[in-house]
Every structure is written in C-alpha cells, then in structure tokens.
Design a protein around this ligand. Structure first.
Ligand code: S5P
Length: 452
C-alpha cells in the first residue's frame, strides 16, 4: 500500500473536505466541512481504507463489526470482507413492526463488537450509539474512526473507558494539505484557532464600490446610473405607484433632488396622455437629473413584448431609460429592448413567490449573458457583473398585509450587497414625501458606505 499521506491525498481528491465558511448542525460556523461518504463510491479507495483501519487494530479482540449509520456502513462492510469478522447492522430507528429490534444480523450476548465511525466531532452521538448496542448485551471497547475533527470527542469517549483509534485527525490533514500547496498559511491558522475554541473572524467578501462598477460597466445606462449615484450621493429609486398625472408630476418634483431614478407603473395612471404626462415628466427628470425606470415587467414572447414596448398609448421605448422584464420568455425575448437597459426580474419580494432557487439560477444565466441586461431585481445576492436592484425596502421592516415583505436599507446593503434600493409607499404615502425621500437617501447612502 502507498504511504498514509499519499492515501489521504487520494481520498481528498474525492472532495471529502471543503474549506471556507460552513454552518454546522449545531449552528456553529466552521472553517471546514467534512463528508466522507464519497469514499464509498471508489471501490479501490474503500478497500484500502478498510485495510488501513484494520491495520491499526488488535483484531483478535473482536467477534463482530458494526458501522454507525449511514456513512460508516460501507466502511464496516468492507472491513468485514477484508477481515472475515462478521458484520452486524444497527438501525437508526427501531423497527415499528415485528421484532422491534435495534440490531440486525447474527450475534450472541456477551460478544465483543468493534464500532466503526466516519467522523468524530463532540462524540455525543457515538455515546448514544454505544448505549444502544450495549442494551443488546453486546460489548463495545474499541471504536475506530476515519477522521477526528479534534473537538473533544476522543477525550469524551476515553474518559468513559473506550479506546478510540483514529486514522486521520484534522491537524495532520491540514499539515499535509499545506505542504501540498492546497491550503494557505492563513487558512491553517484560522483552522487551528477554531480547534482551540477561539472566536474566528471570517473574511467578509468585499463589495465593489460604485466607482469600480462604473469602470467595469459596459452598458451606457449602467454607466449613467452609477455616475448619477456618485454625483448625487444617492442610491435611491422612488417608486411612483400613484394613479393620476398630477400626483405623478408632483411626486417627481418633490423627490427629484434625492433620487437617481423614478420608477413608474405607467399603466396605472388613469388620465394618461403622452403630451401631458410624459413630456412634463421628462422635463422634471432632466431638471433634477434622474432616470426613468418603467416597471413594466414584460413577460411574453419577444414579438409581443416588442409591440408592448414600442406601441399602444404608452410608447415606452420613446421615454424610458430602462425597463424591468421577466426572463420567463427566454433569452431572445429580451432582444427587443435595444435602446434601453433591462433590469431582469430574478427573484420577487412577495410571500409565496415562485422564484425558487432553481428558477433564480436559470434566470441569472439569461441575465448575465444578455447584452441588454444591466441588472436584476432580487432579494438575494447576485454576481457583481450586473447591478442589483432591491425593492421591498422600508425603514419600518414589517409587511403591508398584502404579501409584500420589507427589509431595511442596512439589511440589504450589508447582506445582499445591493446597489439600488427601491422605495414605494415609504415615500409616496408619507405625509412629507420630500422629507421621506431625503431620509431614505441618507439611510441608503450611509448603508452603502458602511458595506464597503
Ligand atoms: O419583487 C418585487 C419587484 C418589484 S419591481 N417586488 C416589488 O415590490 N417590486 C415593485 O417595487 C412593486 O411593483 C412596487 O412598485 C415597488 C415596491 O413598493 P412598496 O410600496 O412596497 O415599497
């Protein structure tokens, strides 16, 4: 057989240990994650593993072998095949019918059983398993473990009089990986601190600044938005969900100085008239230097979307700087938005939305590859190549009783690395929309600066 170190590196290639930031079952954050189940899928490795484990043990002591379910079951089976020591199986739950047995297989009371476990952490689950086996009058004195996470498990079992044989422990594994160039010194240091029980600081991933995003932006509308954000020190988009031209224009005039864009649902304006609604709106937008975002959420085939975008009474193509669109119609459905930027709906803020993980992943593939797309609407982080627009923002972070779910500006900048917040009722329903816009502008900008 190859050396133990070479053997470990072979096992490591199967992806049994991952380094990074993981939340364990206990809620604790760990700098590494171990899952040895892939070892059973490589017959040669499993067989070698069985022999490495057997080599460490006083085999004459054992009448039986038992693996702790499930990960250690194939390991125990392989050890049994290599050593001819009979295997018994411990159930995870007692059978609900028939014998109600916890242990399956052929055994006699008083026999000695070797217990096999894949990973030992605190040792608590092993203590429970041993108790269940001992209840059947089977003796356990030795436990063999493939990997010791060195978090007190070995000591706990030894204090109860059991012998614990471990093939690998996490410190030696880290040493091997460090030597091999797979782990940096800083990572090893962090793992050692974690094992000593010290509080460890994970490096927070830094977000890109607006300046950096401006430099990497390809689309003219992305550039314009980022330039406006930097000039006005604002990342606020006010959502003007009002229903008359008068309200729309008044709101635009009041909030104009504080926002980078005004988001419209132009089809809810009951007295819409291109001359009287759009022309003055465009004047206010150019006076206060903000962009117009039509939240049309197109969701049809390309040809229909093109007609909805260019025709009808609204003629969105003539005045909007950017529009929102679902991507449900597929990549080519976005081709028609040539002269504007598209913000793709990736995930929605409403309760029960169908934008599941899977949907969002597929939607992002389209958004990231389509040249007309400048960003996405989402309640989750998205890649930094496109801009993130987050609605559902309110300083009072409760709901609206109609399924809308709110977050605060601090929350969305810190956890989602959002670029622009979209605020509707928080502003237009407020007694003083101008003051509210100014408050959201400061809250958003401060939250952005803090997140850098
Ligand atoms: O997921 C979404 C996407 C959008 S664009 N959730 C949303 O709320 N929106 C829009 O943002 C919505 O159509 C409304 O215009 C605005 C939120 O308004 P508020 O009053 O709840 O802040």
């Amino acid at each position: 057989m190859e050396s133990k170190k070479e053997f470990f590196l072979e096992c490591y290639k199967l992806g049994i240990i991952k380094f990074g930031r993981f939340t364990l079952k206990s809620g604790i954050e760990s700098p590494f994650y171990v899952d040895l189940r892939p070892l059973a899928s490589d017959p040669k490795i499993l067989k070698n593993l069985a022999n490495y484990l057997l080599d460490m043990l006083p085999l004459d002591n054992f009448d039986l072998i038992c693996g702790v379910p499930y990960a250690a079951l194939p390991m125990a089976t392989a050890m049994s095949l290599e050593s001819y020591i009979p295997l018994i199986i411990k159930r995870k739950e007692a059978k609900e019918y028939g014998t109600k047995k916890m242990i399956e297989g052929i055994y006699q009371k008083g026999q000695n059983c070797l217990l096999v476990e894949d990973v030992i952490t605190s040792g608590k689950s092993l203590v429970e398993t041993i108790a269940e086996i001992e209840q059947e009058d089977i003796k356990v004195a030795d436990i063999v473990v493939v990997l010791d996470r060195e978090q007190g498990g070995k000591q706990l079992l030894e204090s109860k009089g059991y012998r614990v044989h471990t093939l690998f422990n996490i410190s030696e594994v880290c040493e091997i990986l460090q030597e091999n160039g797979d782990l940096s010194d800083a990572e090893v240091q962090r793992i050692n601190d974690f094992l000593k029980g010290n509080h460890i600081q994970f490096e927070e991933k830094k977000r890109l600044s607006y300046q950096q995003k401006f430099e990497q932006a390809q689309h003219s509308v992305s550039k314009k938005l980022l330039e406006t954000a930097l000039a006005k020190e604002s990342n606020l988009i006010a959502s003007a969900d009002v229903t008359t031209t008068k309200e729309l224009l008044e709101l635009a005039e009041k909030v104009g100085p504080h926002i980078i864009a005004l988001k419209t649902h132009i089809d809810i304006i009951s007295d819409f008239d291109y001359q009287n609604t759009i022309i003055p709106l465009k004047e206010i937008a150019s006076k206060h230097k903000f962009l117009l975002m039509e939240d049309r959420k197109f969701a049809d085939i390309g040809n229909t979307q093109e007609l909805q975008f260019t025709s009808g009474v609204f003629r969105i193509t003539d005045w909007a700087d950017f529009v929102t669109s679902q991507v449900i119609g597929g990549f080519e459905s976005l081709d028609c938005f040539k002269n504007v930027g598209v913000v793709a709906i990736i995930g929605m803020s409403s309760k029960g939305t169908l934008t599941s993980n899977n949907y969002r992943e597929e939607a992002l593939k389209i958004a990231l590859s389509h040249p007309n797309v400048i960003g996405g609407v989402s309640q989750n982080p998205i890649p930094e190549e496109i801009l993130l627009f987050t609605p559902g923002v309110n300083l009072a972070d409760s709901g609206d009783g109609k399924g809308q779910q709110y977050n605060t500006p601090e929350h969305v900048f810190k956890t989602l690395h959002t670029d622009f917040i979209i605020v509707g009722r928080g502003i237009y329903k407020s007694e003083n929309p101008e003051q509210a816009a100014s408050q959201y502008k400061s809250a958003g900008w401060n939250a952005y600066l803090t997140s850098l």
